[in-house]
Write a protein that binds this ligand. Structure first.
Ligand SMILES: C[S@@+](CC[C@H](N)C(=O)[O-])C[C@H]1O[C@@H](n2cnc3c(N)ncnc32)[C@H](O)[C@@H]1O
Length: 207
């Protein structure tokens, strides 16, 4: 089958599986097809993340191919944990990883729990919060706020402001916006929990 048609078929199948609740299975099919392997990181996004990192503990959800830490400054974090709902993606990440400060684990945003063990400095979510419905996103953001240090931040990226308007609006309503950067249809949001101080700052950059 031609690559383009194959991807459309896989995307349609996984979308249908997600609708009937078989999320992990759906994502495993997409990752097995290597659909997300060629997904290049935006330089602007990397620059924004590098600027907010403080050398502390980083957690990424929906880490996909697990390449984000390769783009980040070596002293930007003391520890990075990448989580993804797809066990296939996580196995590939674990196999490729050579950095002792970096680890990967299979975990859905829906099953992240509050913990006291090690508080987190930065939580990163690129193009994945949009897969949560309203109550699940609400729960996830609350768990993030419990697990973040008092001055901790969440970085959320969306590749389409139009498509993911509902999710973006929900984040705006429930979090303090530190900064929003628009690049064409993309939006990069740095947010803090309502309990922490924040300044509102909006920036438009050319796409
Ligand atoms: C659109 S891809 C984005 C991958 C990567 N963040 C990027 O931007 O290149 C969405 C990723 O989120 C993961 N994902 C989807 N739903 C998830 C959930 N509920 N919990 C954790 N990861 C999830 C998928 O397996 C996939 O790797």
């Amino acid at each position: 089958m031609e690559t383009g048609i194959k991807f459309v078929a896989i995307r349609s199948l996984s979308k249908a599986l997600r609708i009937v609740g078989l999320k992990q299975y759906a994502w495993n099919i997409e990752h097995k097809s290597l659909f997300w392997l060629t997904n290049k990181k935006s330089q602007l996004m990397i620059d924004i993340i590098a600027e907010i990192l403080n050398g502390g503990v980083v957690v990424e959800f929906g880490c996909g191919d697990g390449t984000l830490p390769l783009y980040l400054p070596e002293d930007g974090f003391s520890k990075y944990t990448g989580y993804d709902i797809s066990s296939v993606a996580i196995q590939m990440c674990q196999k490729a990883n050579r950095n002792p400060k970096v680890s990967f684990d299979t975990k859905g945003m829906e099953s992240w729990e509050e913990h006291d063990a090690e508080k987190v400095d930065t939580i990163i979510c690129e193009e994945c919060l949009n897969y949560l419905d309203e109550p699940s996103l609400n729960r996830f953001l609350n768990v993030c706020c419990s697990n973040l240090k008092p001055d901790g931040q969440i970085f959320a990226a969306f590749h389409s402001r139009t498509k993911h308007a509902r999710t973006i609006e929900q984040i705006r309503n429930s979090m303090n916006i530190v900064k929003e950067i628009n690049q064409g249809q993309r939006i990069y949001m740095i947010v803090r929990c309502k309990t922490s101080a924040a300044t509102v700052d909006g920036v438009d950059v050319p796409s």
